[in-house]
Design a protein around this ligand. Sequence first.
Ligand SMILES: Cc1cc2nc3c(=O)[nH]c(=O)nc-3n(C[C@H](O)[C@H](O)[C@H](O)COP(=O)(O)OP(=O)(O)OC[C@H]3O[C@@H](n4cnc5c(N)ncnc54)[C@H](O)[C@@H]3O)c2cc1C
Length: 593
Amino acid sequence: MASYKAPLRDLRFVYYELFDAEATWAELPGYEDATQDLVLAVVEELGKICGEVLEPLNSVGDEEGCQLRDGAVTTPTGFIEAYRLLQEGGWTGLVGRPEYGGQGLPPTVGAMATEMLCATNLAFAMYLGLTEGASHALDLHASEEIKQKLIPKLIDGTWAGTMCLTEPQCGTDLGLVRTLAVPSGDDTFSVNGSKIFISAGDHDLTENIVHLVLARLPEAPPGIKGISLLAIPKLREVDGELVPNGVGCSSIEHKMGIKGSSTCVINFDDSIGWLVGEPHKGMRAMFTFMNSARLHVGVQGLALAEAASQKAVAFARERLQGRSLTGVKYPQLEADPILVHPDVRKMLLTMRAFTEGARALTAWASLAIDVHDRHPDPAKCSEADDLASLLTPVVKAFQTDLGFDATNLALQVCGGYGYTREYGVEQLVRDARITQIYEGTNGIQALDLVGRKLPAHMGRYLRRFFHPVQQFLEAEAEVPEMQEFVGPAAKAFERLQRATAWIAQEGMKNPDQAGAAATDYLHLFGYTAFAYLWARMAKISLAKREGSDKDFYDAKLATARFFMQRLLPKSGALFAIIMAGSDAVMAFPDDAF
Ligand SMILES: Cc1cc2nc3c(=O)[nH]c(=O)nc-3n(C[C@H](O)[C@H](O)[C@H](O)COP(=O)(O)OP(=O)(O)OC[C@H]3O[C@@H](n4cnc5c(N)ncnc54)[C@H](O)[C@@H]3O)c2cc1C
């Protein structure tokens, strides 16, 4: 099968034509030098490495998986060499702060990199992503001393990081955490407990691993308000030597996908760690970096959809079956390529409309996170934070739901060959499935959107989305060539507004109404956000469809049309489902299940 091609043209369109990333970064101290030329050169270079080095290892990781022997995890053949290559090339520090040895590029460049890394090898990308996440959390919350001790090693890739939240009795409900951290009398804590499902919990890519662990201090308040965050190295430094720190891996999971990523049970036995942030404020510390962590999982959905879409298109061009319904299209061939069949085209266009829409939504949310992190004007900062907070659950859940659907569609396009291992599409389906579960299940993202983000500050977050959408739709309402885009988008937007008002009103009276509507509402939100972005992309394409890039803009317009006519009508069904209320869901007796 054709190998991965980094979507460089579309990245340029989204980040520099739809949004103006360079102008955004020019206002953010420290990011002024992130010019378009520099960023696109970086992205192109990484895209090559992803296609040439990581993609060939994707099936190796899937076939071999990780192994646990004598308490130590080994990664699949080739992972160590690929890791060294990325480490030596400075890729582990792409978005790390220069004062800790990083390259200081904006996190949004990290999101572009994440897309290519995950599209070619999600399991491998997990090791890098977790380390970056741990480094970011330490940067936001740790004391200067701990930052100096840990972050440079994470950035230069000598050490790796993890996030240890889950325990056997608690996944979604982290208030049930039992791991205990007892003060040792100096500035350290002695930690005991067991964490499960820890991605990259143990491996052979780095000399050490820093675990960021949710634990409870003695006499902590019960529930979520009594959780603290600790940094616990697998090996701790004593007199310049790295010595064991009571951190052990007792088993690894045998799972459906991302088999090259180790998923470990990690035990802490009198392990020495440092508190990160204030006592009992661990969840707050976690939440502040969750926007970027969840966005990264949303990018995984986009990435796998892109990879699947590329494979499906290549297959559909080559596979000859039957003839076009309207007459032979390729008479020189024994049969027409399946690309001519309406059902196959529909699947390919669905993947395309989703992938390009998701790339645009990712860019919008990610740039808002950059602005929130760095803008000198507090008002702009807060405005961007509102938007990022609102869009984050949508990016995470909508993009991973549709990402999974896209991989599944790609498998369907490839027929029986898709179901075999040879083509790599069935692996993408299996790999994609976890993205809907970890980093907060998609059901929980929907509850976050409906229960926290909609009512926040009397609807202030929501206004950051509604205002630009409304303004754009009004401004384009009378433009004749925009009617085919603005009309359907306005209809979806109206449904979203009505559903929002209904949930606000009915959810107050009966929270089950909001709970039963949540996932459908999140999808309605996602479709509306895509409609707005597709309408904007269509406007740009209408204005630019000349010259050497004409084909690119024509394809954009055709995809925008497909989205408006063939996908967006789902907003009508979602609206009807939401308005049906929770009765049929809640009336069913528990014992009858
Ligand atoms: C491969 C893999 C890698 C992982 N990596 C990590 C990692 O690196 N670090 C880490 O800490 N964890 C990790 N996890 C754990 C993951 O984050 C959890 O599995 C996830 O948060 C869900 O928790 P759970 O499995 O306990 O499901 P549960 O919380 O038991 O949920 C089961 C179902 O009930 C629903 N549900 C639960 N509570 C509610 C509620 N209040 N309202 C509505 N619905 C609800 C959920 O949406 C879900 O559908 C990983 C898991 C896997 C499988």
